[in-house]
Design a protein around this ligand. Structure first.
Ligand SMILES: Nc1ncnc2c1ncn2[C@@H]1O[C@H](COP(=O)(O)OP(=O)(O)OP(=O)(O)O)[C@@H](O)[C@H]1O
Length: 414
């Protein structure tokens, strides 16, 4: 399996070294898209995809496609989506919205009840008499967070996200995980930051590769945490990977699902920065308890954190709160604390979206130095450690509040 995943990484990683958080610009040519649809065969049949298209619309790099499936088609709709999306991606299509309608089967087969789409899979509308929609086809309805099955061994999954890169998301995530552990909880960490997997360096496990047991990755132990990072698989830590759309989400879902996580109270996921399709898809497919948004005072001003909150609101993931990083400047000479970017941004943001401010962290060289040398603040016990520990307590408080609400409303209790 390792080779398979490594290959996936190698294929995707076609431009190592180039830091590029957005899709590399590929000029989209509709004739080339036609060619793909003409050569792709619907698996298990002799039909070319092009024959089955009833409606097609491209908006920028998003392709909306309606397909009328042949009678009796029993294939896996999600696999069909992923296969097509992978084929179209090199042609510049970053998002594929597939609307599938299967034709009625006559006779006894028709009497059979349509099979419900398996959990987390794309639905197929099993009624040919229903007209194929003439309006813009809708994106296949993803499962709601409350419908996702909880992970059997993980009580709470917390995603740490940011609207933009470089705000200190990974540093904060790693210290949050360690501070949660300090409360006595069992904690794991998944580094899903494909653009800059820095967690191995921060936890002193750069260059180590995970063992494989029963076709599953065994997380690497680091300061007591169970850790898995994309950086531990690509071999070259900190090498950014330019991945787009379905390839990125596919690989990240594989990492999450094919890792033998031990019994954990918390799994902290360091998300890729930004609020695009990858983040949205991950948020829709992983049973998340809540999200923590990391931002800086400048980014609050630039509305980036708002975008993060809105993304999670859109997919009904509770935002546990906002952490304002590099909010204060501590003078290394005299210890004077200066709010160089002004005060109150995090509070205002929290008030606007009804999410708490979980904490504010200073811009401090000890935070950077300790993270860069593999002993983050919480392990090193520097001046910022108590701040991270307080943030962890605030996160636990918010998660517990949610648990009470879910229990009351009869929803999934993580
Ligand atoms: N509070 C802080 N004080 C000083 N340096 C910090 C602080 N937080 C983070 N840094 C430093 O800022 C740099 C970027 O941090 P980090 O890698 O955590 O950001 P990020 O948001 O995860 O970036 P990306 O999303 O692009 O991977 C690192 O060198 C880190 O040590």
């Amino acid at each position: 399996m390792f080779d398979r995943i490594k290959n996936l990484f190698a294929q995707a990683d076609d431009s190592k070294g180039a830091v590029n958080h957005d899709a590399a610009a590929v000029e989209i040519n509709d004739d080339l898209i036609n060619e793909i649809l003409n050569v792709q065969i619907l698996s298990g049949t002799t039909h070319r995809i092009a024959e089955l298209v009833t409606q097609r619309e491209r908006v920028g790099s998003t392709l909306n496609l309606s397909l009328k499936l042949p009678a009796g088609f029993t294939g896996d709709a999600q696999a069909l989506h992923d296969e097509l999306a992978n084929a179209l991606e090199p042609r510049g299509i970053n998002e594929l919205n597939l609307h599938l309608v299967s034709q009625k089967v006559s006779g006894s087969a028709a009497a059979q009840k349509p099979q419900p789409a398996p959990e987390n899979k794309l639905p197929i509308v099993t009624d040919a008499s229903a007209p194929v929609p003439t309006s813009t086809p809708t994106r296949p309805v993803p499962p709601k967070q409350t419908e996702l099955k909880a992970h059997p061994r993980i009580r709470h999954i917390i995603v740490v996200a940011s609207g933009k890169g470089g705000v200190g998301k990974s540093t904060t995530a790693v210290n949050l995980a360690l501070a949660l552990q300090k409360t006595g909880a069992k904690v794991g960490m998944l580094d899903a930051d494909i653009y800059g997997p820095s967690i191995p360096t921060m936890l002193g496990i750069a260059g180590r590769t995970p063992l494989i047991e029963n076709d599953q990755f065994v997380p690497i132990a680091a300061h007591g945490l169970a850790v898995l990072s994309i950086g531990n698989l690509t071999g070259d830590d900190n090498t950014p990977i330019v991945w787009r759309g379905p390839k990125a989400t596919g690989a990240l879902m594989q990492l999450f699902g094919q890792t033998n996580w031990p019994e954990l109270d918390y799994l902290v996921i360091d998300m890729p920065p930004g609020t695009g399709d990858i983040q949205l898809t991950l948020a829709q497919r992983i049973p998340v308890s809540g999200a923590v948004i990391v931002t800086t005072p400048q980014h609050i001003a630039l509305l980036d954190a708002q975008k993060g909150i809105e993304l999670f609101n859109k997919v009904n993931i509770p935002v546990l709160g906002v952490i304002e990083n590099m909010a204060l400047h501590v003078c290394s000479q005299c210890g004077h604390i200066d709010e160089i970017f002004g005060a109150g941004g995090g509070e205002k943001l929290g008030a606007q979206y009804h999410v708490p401010l979980l904490g504010r962290l200073p811009l401090a060289s000890s935070i950077r130095i300790n993270a860069d040398t593999g002993t983050p603040s919480v392990v090193a016990g520097d001046a910022a450690a108590p701040l991270y520990e307080q943030i962890a307590l605030n996160v636990i408080r918010e998660v517990e509040k949610l648990g009470e609400v879910h229990e009351r409303d009869g929803k999934r209790i993580f």
